[in-house]
Write a new protein. Structure first.
Length: 145
């Protein structure tokens, strides 16, 4: 259930983010609430771990404000919703993997198009790809198998 919820959230948000550079916060909040309920009843992660995961998103939201949206507020909200599903450690791992993927893509875009400025790339598609990679290599519960 967790996997389906996250894949749905990332896929719908990725399409929106790619096309419009915005996301529908209502959908993300809905998926975040569903994630909290699933995680609470499944008991897979402790309340503190889920809270820590959500706080990562809040940290990125504050960073978005301070950086004048170099990191989008929608990205931060998605990260907070992710924290409700995956807990603290897995959210950290996912954000790290996604950031590395976005960095690689950004370097390719800059090099290929010979850009001097900072290209704007939607981050949510990299979160989708990062989550699929996590599932593929078995990085659920914070342990790389």
């Amino acid at each position: 259930m967790e996997i389906l919820g996250l894949l749905c959230m990332y896929t719908t948000a990725s399409l929106e983010d790619y096309k419009t550079r915005t996301i529908d916060v209502r959908k993300v909040v809905f998926f975040g609430i569903v994630g909290l309920v699933i995680s609470f009843f499944k008991g897979q992660y402790s309340f503190l771990s889920m809270l820590g995961g959500v706080l990562i998103g809040i940290f990125f939201y504050i960073l978005s404000i301070v950086s004048k949206e170099k990191i989008g507020k929608g990205d931060a909200i998605i990260i907070a919703a992710t924290g409700a599903y995956l807990g603290f450690v897995n959210t950290i791992i996912l954000v790290w993997i996604s950031s590395v993927l976005a960095l690689i893509a950004g370097l390719i875009v800059v090099r290929r198009h010979k850009l001097n400025n900072e290209p704007e790339l939607p981050f949510i598609p990299f979160m989708l790809l990062g989550y699929v990679l996590m599932l593929t290599i078995g990085t659920i519960r914070g342990v790389l198998i």
